[in-house]
Design a binder for this molecule. Structure first.
Ligand code: AMP
Length: 233
């Protein structure tokens, strides 16, 4: 049975870093909707270019567009043994659509992990983090060598600040998270495969905690998960 993980958490919680590590370890694709949109912008894809203005303001791209992007991505054969989703779902409608997609694709149950970090720490991290212009890797803000470092630790490309990591846009992204994405946690919270991890630790400690909660959560029988979630709707 595949491992299907949904990484939840506010911007700056470290979901992307942890999702990449977990996906690599488990040999499943990491599906980051933010990365897909940024790649699309680099490739001059019309849908992504249309989304850019909203992204730059820290707003969400519409559900229809995002669900279509994820539907297409989850239909590819590399997701047959699972996936790690990062940045989706961000609204309750997206979460409902994901349940239907997973049910119709015959994927196993979802393990939902909420990475929690206090807001002042998020603001600090987002102000210092950098992204590689060439490969899109996020440079780890906890690494003292990163801010102002010569280049991407992966490919040597130039590290830049994301437009939406600008201080004013960060506050808007945190507001949008509270308004639209926090309700998704309530949608998932009663499921037996919902877990929280403390994201305010070193990336290595978060990774260890993540591994252990995933082990526990994936041991929950699938039928139990489904009946529980139906009862809670
Ligand atoms: P991220 O890299 O996940 O922080 O995403 C960057 C930006 O892409 C977000 O601020 C949104 O504008 C857009 N985006 C990414 N994923 C979604 C989604 N699931 N729903 C709506 N907008 C999204």
């Amino acid at each position: 049975m595949g491992l299907n993980v949904v990484m939840m958490g506010p911007p700056g919680a470290g979901k992307g870093t942890q999702a990449a590590r977990l996906a690599r370890q488990r040999g499943v694709p990491k599906i980051s909707t933010g990365d897909m949109l940024r790649d699309g912008i680099r490739d001059r894809n019309p849908v992504a270019l249309k989304a850019k203005a909203l992204m730059d303001m820290g707003r969400l791209v519409d559900d229809r567009t995002m669900i279509a992007i994820v539907r297409e991505r989850l239909s590819r054969p590399d997701t047959a043994h699972g996936f790690v989703l990062d940045g989706f779902p961000r609204t309750v409608s997206q979460a409902q659509a994901l349940d239907s997609l997973v049910a119709s694709n015959g994927n196993g149950p979802l393990v939902i992990v909420d990475v929690t970090v206090p807001e002042d720490e998020l603001v600090r991290r987002l102000a210092t983090r950098r992204i590689c212009e060439s490969c899109g890797t996020t440079a780890d803000p906890a690494d003292p060598a990163v801010p102002g470092a010569a280049g991407c630790p992966g490919c040597g490309g130039t590290l830049v600040q994301r437009i939406d990591d600008d201080a004013r846009v960060v506050l808007e992204r945190l507001r949008v998270y509270e308004e639209s994405t926090r309700p998704v946690l309530e949608f998932y919270r009663s499921r037996p495969a919902f877990r929280a991890v403390n994201g305010a630790q070193s990336p290595e400690c978060v990774a260890q905690e993540l591994e252990s909660v995933i082990e526990q959560a994936s041991a929950v029988p699938a039928s139990f998960g489904r009946s529980q979630s139906r009862e809670s709707e």
